[in-house]
Design a protein around this ligand. Structure first.
Ligand code: 13P
Ligand code: 13P
Ligand code: MG
Ligand code: MG
Length: 392
């Protein structure tokens, strides 16, 4: 246990600057200071993707450590105080509970954690997104760990031939299922093709059984019972030596696939891979963004990260995302740009529908049907009357 290193990524939107577009530098600086003060950690790195504050921490306390979660929670609270002082937008947006009771899960912030014995060389990729939801990782995770057209190593690397197991969470029922691939690829796709409901939580290498990826799966609307901002997700992936290479992991993001989120968490849009300095969604509060920091872990030390999407080879993906975004925007409030109505039930839309309820009048066909029924009834009454008269 003591030998194992744990990476804990805790994230929350504690207030936007300006609107929902970014995080305030003073809030980021404060979070850095708070984590540096702690003697629980080996190392820490604080960044932001749009209005989401990301605390990346390494330690030896294992996953679900009360102390680490409390440190994250207290840091988010202090940052919220700062956000209130600066009157940032939606200060404390993701902090849905008031008092901490042992685990930060279910309190609003997103949590992704993994423990492992550090290999001879341990490249780690951390993805963080804004204006989307945890299911946004389903498609890239499938490509990275199950699709040889993305990951050449699944074919070329002998040690990867046994494949990977996906742990999928049903966010509505709070149940999970493990599917071993490549054997159960079709079953996996049945589920993860519905990313609003089924979300990949963990990916394990089959042989040897080691953790390869873990993601945040918090659904704020299911905790709060209403729309309180999108559950902007994060994801940790280990790479190389029997796992997909760094370039194979990144390759999955060269295609800006459609994800739910964007404006008011109510629109589909392309996920645009950007550098940290470009992770400030502004057009229609988007389009949704993803950043990636690469760390070369050394005895738990994170060191200086590399900004992995700060590379012209992702220009085409960005350009494509802009083109797809522009095309979708022209649909205005129409589906499929706007999310389907069953997902909109967590937004402010049902309130408007409710107000309109009493203004609805019976449609024409209903009135005609009622008239025909009335006429038939009258005819029957008349006939009965005749029979009755005859009998008399
Ligand atoms: P490994 O050294 O991790 O097997 O990676 C091979 C490689 O060169 C990836 O591009
Ligand atoms: P966030 O979930 O990033 O706070 O965005 C909310 C929103 O309404 C954007 O338009
Ligand atoms: Mg926000
Ligand atoms: Mg956000």
């Amino acid at each position: 246990m003591a030998k194992k290193i744990t990476i804990s990524l805790l994230k929350a939107d504690v207030g936007g600057y300006v609107g929902h577009s970014a995080s305030h530098p003073e809030v980021i600086t404060l979070a850095r200071k708070e984590l540096r003060k702690s003697d629980l950690l080996i190392d820490s790195y604080v960044t932001a993707c749009g209005d989401d504050l990301e605390l990346i921490m390494t330690h030896k306390k294992g996953i679900n450590s009360e102390h680490i979660h409390e440190l994250g929670w207290e840091t988010f609270l202090k940052c919220t105080e700062k956000a209130r002082e600066l009157k940032l937008y939606g200060a404390g947006q993701d902090l849905l509970k008031t008092s901490f009771s042992g685990n930060i899960k279910g309190m609003g912030p997103g949590v992704a954690e993994m423990s492992f014995e550090e290999r001879k060389s341990e490249p780690i990729l951390i993805f963080m997104a804004d204006k989307t939801e945890p299911g946004a990782w389903n498609l890239p995770l499938y490509k990275i760990f199950a699709d040889p057209f993305n990951t050449a190593g699944l074919i070329i690397d002998f040690t990867m031939h046994e494949g990977f197991t996906f742990e999928v969470l049903d966010v509505k029922q709070d149940k999970s299922i493990k599917l071993r691939c490549p054997e159960h690829i079709y079953d996996l796709l049945v589920l993860i093709g519905s990313p609003g409901r089924y979300v990949i939580k963990n990916v394990y290498k089959n042989k040897p059984k080691i953790i390869a990826a873990t993601a945040t799966t918090t659904k704020l609307s299911l905790i709060a019972g209403k729309y309180v901002g999108k559950d902007d997700p994060a994801l940790i992936i280990r790479a190389q030596k029997g796992l997909p290479a760094v370039g194979e992991v990144l390759e999955a993001f060269a295609f800006p696939h459609l994800v739910a989120g964007w404006m008011r968490g109510s629109h589909n849009g392309p996920l645009m891979p950007v550098s940290v300095k470009e992770a400030h969604p502004t057009r229609f509060d988007g389009p949704p963004r993803v950043i990636c920091l690469g760390f070369q872990l050394s005895n738990g030390r994170l060191g200086k990260p590399r900004d992995m999407f700060d590379d012209p080879s992702f220009d085409l993906a960005r350009q494509k995302a802009n083109m797809i975004g522009e095309y979708l925007r022209r649909h205005g409030p129409f589906e499929p740009h706007r999310l389907p109505s069953d997902i909109m039930e967590y937004t402010t839309l049902p309130k408007i529908l409710h107000e309109m309820k009493d203004k609805f009048k019976a449609a024409d066909y209903k009135r005609i049907k009622e008239k025909v029924m009335r006429m038939e009834l009258e005819k029957k009454v008349k006939q009965r009357h005749k029979i009755y008269k005859k009998r008399k």
